[in-house]
Write a protein that binds this ligand. Structure first.
Ligand SMILES: [Zn+2]
Length: 118
């Protein structure tokens, strides 16, 4: 009889362990979500530091030499994006300014970039 009781206790402990493990898994997922959220916040703060450094560079405030090439690369990417936007504008039917090659709307009187009459 003692063997049956022991078996019953073990089964009960096993069931309790399964429930505990399920609760643990849920708890771990909640904690992991908080860790991910914390990492996102840190990434945002890193982003803000980078933006602040780049803004200083744009305002001709001296930035550390190690950031200069990164800021230059950002400028190059902005130029690339600008050129790509120009391509879209041309595809959409915009004309180009004969003076500065900026895309212009046919119904504009002046180029918005250089001011040349269209
Ligand atoms: Zn122009």
């Amino acid at each position: 009889m003692a063997d049956f009781k022991e078996f019953g206790d073990k089964a009960c402990n096993f069931a309790k362990n399964v429930a505990d493990k399920a609760n643990d898994a849920v708890e771990i997922q909640k904690i992991k979500a908080k860790i991910r959220e914390g990492k996102h916040c840190i990434d945002d703060m890193y982003n803000n530091i980078g933006r602040a450094v780049y803004n200083r560079y744009r305002e001709d405030i001296v930035v550390d030499a190690e950031f200069l090439s990164i800021c230059n690369n950002i400028d190059e990417k902005y130029d690339e994006i600008s050129e790509l936007n120009d391509k879209i504008a041309v595809i959409k039917g915009c004309m180009r300014c004969t003076n500065c090659q900026a895309p212009i709307n046919p119904h504009d009187a002046y180029c918005s970039k250089c001011g040349k009459p269209v």
